[in-house]
Design a binder for this molecule. Structure first.
Ligand code: SF4
Length: 348
């Protein structure tokens, strides 16, 4: 049985890849766990960019598992470990979540992380040459990365230390599995004693939030996927947020979204708004999309689910979509200058 697969197509996740990669789906581990638990039903959940690999993984498992084991694939959207398909999970004896590191362990769930095999060191070298001060000027540097590059984290740290940097790392809170790991909604691992943070990872999705959350630090992006070095610049992004808040200031009727995805619920924040505003209505939903909100006809919305929906997809919504703090600014409870990135802590 071959465990290695090529062609992880991550286009739909925004992580366009310009290099080959090999994925290890850890089929032996899954087969063992199924046998240990006498499981009759197995659920598989893949992130968007790997869904096309789902049938082939199911085929390989069906070859190895007893004939009467039923293998099912989740068709729900999946963008993180916050997004487990709880319906399928309840109906299967073993549930396998691919592509994300655990947000919360459970006996029933097998998490299979999928790591990138891209070489990170050439782009780190470029970042050092062009954006980080030499170690004799300022040796203190924070190091963070995403779950996809976590398998190289110790090597990255060693590589920087060999070049005389003092590398500061920490594990964030319980929403994060690994030291130095960041999520699109949680940058607690960057709270280190260094004025600059080196982010090694693909795209601008994570480092922009990181730079907003830590405006006092210089965030240098070494992107091995697109082979580019940048310094995170939040200005354009902040202008967008200010514009949304301004537009929402005249709103009379508010839709307050409570997201039913297992790791995205902020019930207290959602209900607090509704309890204090007679013109606010609690709307529950899993996927938060512009189409699903149109028929409610509210003047503005507050999203208490994934903050990236608000910040990254915000302009696609027909009415202003705010984070909980932006709502407080729009109704005059907080000052615009206090606007901060909406982060998510804890699990469920
Ligand atoms: S809530 Fe956090 S972990 Fe979940 S999809 Fe959004 S950014 Fe990612």
């Amino acid at each position: 049985m071959s465990q290695d697969r090529s062609e992880g197509d991550l286009r739909a996740t925004g992580l366009a890849l310009k290099h080959d990669r090999e994925w290890d789906y850890e089929l032996d581990r899954i087969v063992e766990e199924v046998a240990d638990r006498d499981a009759e039903t197995v659920g598989l959940q893949f992130p968007e960019g790997l869904k096309r690999r789902g049938p082939a993984v199911a085929d390989d498992l069906r070859d190895e598992l007893p004939d009467d084991t039923q293998v099912m694939i989740s068709g729900q959207p999946c963008y993180g470990a916050c997004d487990l398909d709880t319906y399928l999970m309840r109906r299967t004896d073993v549930f396998v979540h691919f592509g994300h590191s655990p947000m919360k362990e459970s006996d029933k769930i097998i998490y299979v992380p999928l790591f990138s095999n891209v070489d990170v060191f050439p782009i780190m070298e470029q970042a050092l040459e062009s954006e980080l001060p030499a170690p004799d000027e300022d040796p203190e540097v924070g190091l963070v990365t995403t779950a996809q590059h976590m398998n190289k984290f110790d090597e990255m740290r060693g590589w920087l230390e060999e070049r005389d940097y003092e590398v500061h790392t920490r594990k964030g809170d319980e929403r994060l599995t690994h030291e130095g790991q960041v999520l699109g909604c949680n940058y607690a691992s960057a709270e280190v004693d260094a004025d600059q943070i080196l982010y090694v990872g693909g795209g601008k999705f994570h480092p922009l939030g990181l730079a907003m959350e830590h405006p006092d630090k210089k965030v240098v992006i070494a992107d091995p996927v697109n082979n580019a070095v940048h310094v995170a610049d939040t200005e354009k992004f902040m202008k967008q947020r200010y514009a949304s808040v301004h537009k929402a200031m005249d709103a009379e009727r508010w839709g307050v979204i409570f997201c039913t995805k297992i790791g995205q619920g902020r019930w207290d924040q959602a209900t607090e708004i509704v309890e204090n505003n007679d013109d606010a209505y609690l709307i529950t939903m899993d996927e938060v999309t512009p189409d699903r909100l149109t028929n409610f006809g509210m003047d503005a919305y507050v999203n208490t689910g994934c903050p990236r929906i608000t910040t990254d997809d915000g302009p696609q919504f027909k009415k202003p979509m705010l984070t909980p703090q932006e709502y407080r600014i729009a109704i005059g409870e907080e000052d615009l200058e206090e606007l901060a990135f909406d982060t998510f802590h804890g699990t469920w």
